[in-house]
Ligand binder design. Structure first.
Ligand code: MG
Ligand code: MG
Length: 277
C-alpha cells in the first residue's frame, strides 16, 4: 500500500482557490515572453513580471522567501536555477530560464519557462540550446501525463528520466526537486525528476505539485555561486528548466499555471485535462 500523508491533500474548495494564482503566474510569464530579447536586462524582466502580478491582484511569492527581494529568478546559460535578476544585459543566443510565482488570497502558483534568444552568427549553439530547452519541456509534459495516471507520485520521476534518456546524452539535475504547493509555494512532498526507490505518496484528489525538471547539456553536478543564490553547473554546460503547478482533483488533472490547463502540452500524450469544478 502506498504511504498516505493526509496533510498534503487539499479539499475541493482549496483546489478552486489555486486556479487564480496559477493563471496569474502564467500571465506574468507571458509578459516576460513578450519583452525578452537581446539588450534587455534580467531586471527588466523582473519589473514586467512584478507589475503583471500586482495589477492582477497578486503578490510575487518569491518575495515571501526570506532574504529574496525579486519576483523572478532568471538563470542564464550555465546557470540552472535561482539566478538573481539585475543589471545583466541579455545577449543574442542566450538561454534564459525564468521562474516565477504569484500568490492570490493566500494560495500559490509556481512555473518556469526557458527561452533561447536568436543569434544568426551562432546557429549551432542556438540549435543545441533550443534542443535542450525542448527536451526539458517535453520531459515536463511527460511527467505531468504520468501524474494523471499514477498511483504513486514517484512515477513522475520515472517518466521524466525515461524521456530525457530517450532523447540523448543529457544530465538530469538531482540537487533540486519539485514540491507540493498550496498555502506556501514550497510544501511537502518532494517531486523527484529522476527514478527513485519507492512509490512515493499516493496520487489522489487534492494533491497539488510543482513538477520542474532541470536538464543540462553536460554533467548534472551543480554549485551555488558566491551570491548565495545562483546555482550553476560545475562543468559550465548549459541548463534548462521548465515547471508547472498541477492539481489532481476528482475529475482528473488540471495544470493551474497553463491557460488551457495543459491541453496543448498533453494532447500528444493522450491526457485531456479537466477543469476544477
Ligand atoms: Mg519555480
Ligand atoms: Mg518550484
Amino acid at each position: 500500500m502506498a504511504l498516505r500523508r493526509p496533510g498534503i491533500y487539499k479539499s475541493p474548495d482549496e483546489l478552486r482557490l489555486m486556479v487564480r494564482p496559477g493563471v496569474l503566474t502564467a500571465e506574468a510569464l507571458d509578459a516576460v515572453a513578450a519583452v525578452i530579447r537581446p539588450g534587455v536586462t534580467t531586471g527588466d524582466l523582473d519589473a514586467v513580471a512584478e507589475r503583471t502580478i500586482r495589477e492582477g491582484g497578486g503578490v510575487p511569492n518569491f518575495m515571501l522567501v526570506p532574504s529574496y527581494r525579486h519576483t523572478i529568478c532568471a538563470s542564464v546559460n550555465d546557470e540552472v536555477v535561482h539566478g538573481i535578476p539585475g543589471d545583466r544585459v541579455l545577449r543574442s543566443g542566450d538561454l534564459v530560464s525564468v521562474d516565477c510565482g504569484a500568490e492570490v488570497d493566500g494560495w500559490n502558483g509556481d512555473s518556469a519557462r526557458t527561452f533561447v534568444l536568436d543569434d544568426p552568427d551562432r546557429p549551432e549553439i542556438v540549435a543545441d540550446r533550443r534542443f535542450l530547452a525542448e527536451v526539458t519541456e517535453e520531459a515536463l509534459w511527460r511527467g505531468i501525463a504520468a501524474l494523471a495516471g499514477a498511483r504513486g507520485l514517484n512515477e513522475v520521476g520515472d517518466a521524466v528520466e525515461d524521456h530525457v534518456e530517450s532523447r540523448g546524452d543529457f544530465g538530469i539535475v538531482e540537487d533540486y526537486t519539485g514540491h507540493g504547493i498550496g498555502r506556501s509555494m514550497h510544501e511537502e512532498p518532494p517531486v523527484f525528476n529522476y527514478r527513485v526507490r519507492g512509490r512515493g505518496p499516493a496520487v489522489r484528489p487534492g494533491l497539488v505539485v510543482a513538477i520542474e525538471p532541470m536538464v543540462t547539456l553536460g554533467r548534472a553536478d551543480t554549485v551555488t555561486r558566491d551570491d548565495d543564490w545562483t546555482v550553476a553547473t560545475v562543468d559550465g554546460s548549459d541548463a534548462a528548466h521548465w515547471e508547472h503547478s498541477v492539481a489532481v482533483h476528482a475529475g482528473g488533472i488540471w495544470v493551474t499555471t497553463a491557460h488551457d490547463g495543459g491541453a496543448a502540452g498533453l494532447a500528444a500524450l493522450g491526457v485531456v485535462p479537466v477543469p476544477i469544478a
